[in-house]
Design a protein around this ligand. Structure first.
Ligand code: PEP
Ligand code: MG
Length: 576
């Protein structure tokens, strides 16, 4: 049986299936005589949950780092939350058993969070369910199905995987994932990619159509799962797996090679990170520095506004990790789809066109200056650069730079060190900025093109709307022309360069065009680095220039993609 889903993480796995479905728990409502006993039972279950979450947290810190582990601290906080625990207590006071009281409260809180539009709060719904289910297991004395200790190589089949599942699972034996639900940006997809585990998601009924112990094949590159494969299929996919791994190993061999064309034109390949824990992946894949540090995750993973010291520590850790390479720290990009629980903002009709990023920072100057001071103080530990998101005109750049100056003056007065020559750059993600790049170049040491937003604003396509995703196209001639305009504007000025940190920078179909246009820096998720480096090392700069010119002369992205595919074929460039 062959099933097709979303190719969420590349690679091939052939192993026994483990159907990871959590057991139905008996939460039938019963009338309770001794309320005090029932409350003690509940408190014991909460305490046990606290101990378990503490252990999971510590394991996650060791394996994934502080930032990724923060979610379990957040889970543990629900155990101390007077609203959540108090509501269960009140239900028990009403004379019902703790299991039923807990289930009712989970359902209420789940519905409340799930109904929120804001993706951050919506995400808390899954967290409440996760914590609540743990309490229920402990009340019932039922062990949670355990994937932390497996005896043999296994492919995990699940409806979806919770953060606590992926954090605690036995990474040595989990060879693949296949799930009923999920998208390319779901937690499971992101984890699979960062752990380099092949994954196919959104298969609808994989957990009900496969039995424990069945042999299955997961082809995460193509998005295919084969259940009970024939010997011929096993042989075919073993060969495919070997070829994939040999190619990955070949790519891994490029780790310490420069991103340089055959005729010696050198560019930089750097990584996008969301936390200090992501640095390891960038270094392992041969990234020379960081082209985008999305600092908002530091704020989003925190229950309170992170203070200057906390930010300073995170930035310093990242900066110190790179001996020579620069780290571009993007200032807070909140608003749009990202909100902070402790920073109430007015509801907006069009949040992506609203008070987002620097616009918000200008209104909350204290918050902005706290971050700028932290970045400046960390800048003496290596090479840091500051970058402002969502800039629409040159005056905003001047305004933001004036605030950096003010912070420098404060630090001078306090005799605190910072890099006086720190470079300040601008994200180009609004069409007005791309069109006036020559004007903005007067104030910027560098540009980094944020194609994720530049595409949505230029093409009028919401980057998260499934219904119009077919129109979301970085190879649209409009995007290519804007990108070219930005690169030309920076190249016309000796002291300015252009990089790109949107997903387009890691898209193998765009590499030769961007290279040929004269783009200087490519910033992407760590796992894309080897493949893009390989492509750059396979051509001469002259060839890339000719390809860029040809692409710019074409009228639609379908033709451009076909042309690029043909060129890469001719040059013997394989894709993962
Ligand atoms: C972008 O818009 O391309 C970008 C890199 O920023 P983000 O995805 O964080 O909006
Ligand atoms: Mg953006």
């Amino acid at each position: 049986m062959k099933k097709t889903g979303i190719n969420a993480s590349p690679g091939i796995a052939i192993a026994k299936a483990f159907v990871y479905v959590k057991r139905e728990l008996d939460v039938t409502e019963r009338v309770i005589e001794n309320i005090a006993d029932e409350k003690n039972r509940f408190e014991a279950a909460v305490e046990l949950s606290r101990v378990q979450l503490g252990a999971i947290h510590d394991k996650a810190v060791a394996e994934l780092g502080e930032e990724e582990a923060a979610i379990f601290e957040a889970h543990a906080m629900f155990l101390d939350d007077p609203e959540f625990v108090g509501t269960i207590g009140n239900e028990i006071d009403g004379g019902i058993n703790a299991e039923s009281a807990t289930q009712k409260t989970i359902d209420t809180f789940y519905a409340m969070f799930d109904a929120m539009d804001d993706p951050y709060f919506k995400g808390r719904a899954a967290d409440i369910k996760d914590v609540g289910t743990r309490i229920l297991h402990n009340l019932l004395g039922v062990a949670m199905v355990d994937i932390s200790n497996l005896d043999e190589d296994t492919i995990i089949l699940a409806e979806d995987l919770a953060p606590s599942d992926t954090a605690t699972m036995d990474k040595a034996h989990v060879k693949g994932f296949a799930t009923d639900i999920g998208s390319r940006t779901s937690h499971t997809a992101i984890m699979a990619r960062s752990l380099e585990i092949p994954a196919v998601l959104g298969l609808d009924d994989i957990t009900t159509s496969v039995k424990d112990g069945d042999t299955i094949i997961v082809d995460g590159s193509e998005g295919v799962v084969i259940v009970d494969p024939t010997n011929a299929e096993i042989a075919e996919y073993k060969a495919k797996k070997e070829a994939y791994e040999a190619y990955r190993a070949e790519l891994a061999g490029l780790k310490d090679q420069p991103a340089e064309t055959i005729d010696g034109h050198r560019v930089e390949i750097v990584g996008n990170i969301g936390s200090p824990a992501d640095v390891e992946g960038v270094l392992d894949n041969g990234g020379e520095g960081v082209g985008l540090y999305r600092t908002e995750f530091l704020y989003m993973n925190s229950e309170v506004m992170p203070d200057e010291e906390k930010q300073f520590a995170a930035y310093k850790t990242v900066i110190e990790s790179f001996k020579d390479g620069a780290v571009i720290i993007r200032t807070l990009d909140i608003g749009g789809d990202k909100k902070l629980p402790y920073l109430p903002l007015e509801e907006e009709l069009n949040p992506f066109l609203g008070l987002r990023a620097v616009r918000l920072c200008f209104q909350k100057e204290d918050l902005f200056k706290t971050q700028l001071r932290a970045i400046l103080r960390a800048s003496v530990f290596g090479k840091a650069r500051i970058m402002f998101p969502m800039v629409g005109n040159v005056d905003e750049v001047k305004q933001a730079k004036a605030l950096v100056k003010a912070c420098m003056a404060e630090l001078d007065a306090e005799s605190k060190a910072y890099d006086k020559d720190i470079e300040i750059g601008v994200m180009i993600e609004i069409p007005s900025a791309a069109i006036t790049a020559d004007i903005i170049a007067e104030e910027a040491a560098f540009f980094s093109i944020g194609t994720n937003d530049l595409c949505q604003y230029t093409l009028a396509v919401d980057r998260m709307n499934q219904n119009v995703s077919y129109l979301y196209d970085p190879l649209h001639p409009a995007i290519l022309r804007l990108v070219k305009n930005v690169i030309d504007a920076s190249n016309a000025k000796e002291s300015c360069f252009t990089g790109m940190c949107g997903e387009m920078a890691g898209d193998p179909y765009a590499t030769l065009i961007l290279l040929g246009m004269g783009m200087h820096e490519f910033s992407m998720s760590a796992s894309s680095i080897p493949q893009i480096k390989k492509i750059i090392r396979s051509v001469t700069f002259e060839q890339a220039k000719a390809i860029a010119d040809e692409a710019l002369s074409m009228t639609n992205s379908t033709d451009i993609r076909s042309m690029i595919t043909a060129k890469m074929d001719e040059m013997g460039i394989k894709l993962l």
